[in-house]
Design a protein around this ligand. Structure first.
Ligand code: HEM
Length: 206
């Protein structure tokens, strides 16, 4: 059996199930099987989906550098799945806000998105992820060619907006968003450095 087949048959379903764990835990907490949702269940669910959305964005940004540093090329096979999970958790975070916090009331929704800058930023990040998720199929990738790579680089902007949104809504202790901001800064700087390295002419050994 080729390694690509092993990945497709065994590794991908396992990783898929692991990626579902955050939502399974929310559901088991909801029915008080694994724990509880605390005094403010809506905020608890919304925060958990938001933080997992950001974590999946970070994992997504980690895949390429890990592949380059370790030489494990098959890691790239998981990029699409991780990206779609990032979108899924951010979408769930948004839907909890839309349905449970705003009760689908249009005037309140429009006011929040336009008058609270941290929500505006989160909303833009969600729209970017929506575009990336809906153009993520191999068919669209093939038909777009080089433009696809350019478009999908906007995940870098989504990561910056996502962490900015997190930072902005924190009232006192900024430790957690700061940790995410530092990780994202390192990952994006690595990419810039890698790109710069590629533009440099290779030195001939003397
Ligand atoms: C890439 C997009 C987004 C990411 C990564 C993200 C992530 C997060 C994170 C990590 C938190 C803090 C959770 C905590 O305190 O533990 C948060 C809070 C929040 N987010 Fe987002 N978010 C995104 C988009 C959105 C969108 C589209 C909306 C609504 C339009 C939204 C509404 C909120 C609200 C209202 C809070 C505060 C919740 C509270 O009061 O505890 N977010 N978000």
């Amino acid at each position: 059996m080729t390694s690509l087949k092993i990945i497709r048959l065994y590794l991908k379903p396992i990783v898929f199930l692991i990626c579902l764990l955050p939502i399974i835990l929310v559901l088991t907490d909801l029915f008080e099987i694994s724990g509880t949702l605390g005094a403010n269940p809506i905020e608890n669910i919304q925060d958990r989906f938001g933080i997992w959305g950001l974590r999946f964005i970070v994992i997504l940004l980690l895949i390429s550098p890990l592949k380059k540093i370790s030489g494990i090329i098959w890691l790239i096979q998981f990029r699409r799945m991780i990206g779609l999970f990032a979108f899924f958790y951010v979408l769930m975070h948004f839907l909890v806000w839309l349905l449970l916090e705003q009760s689908l009331l249009m005037p309140a929704i429009i006011e929040d998105v336009t008058k609270r800058p941290f929500i505006t930023i989160g909303f833009i990040a969600l729209l970017i992820l929506l575009i990336l998720a809906s153009t993520s199929t191999s068919k669209i990738r093939r038909s777009m060619g080089k433009k696809w790579d350019k478009l999908h680089q906007s995940v870098y902007l989504a990561s910056i907006l996502g962490v900015w949104h997190f930072w902005w809504q924190v009232k006192k202790d900024i430790t957690e968003p700061l940790i995410y901001a530092v990780i994202i800064f390192i990952l994006l700087t690595y990419r810039l450095w890698d790109k710069y390295k590629k533009t440099q002419p290779k030195k001939n050994p003397a």
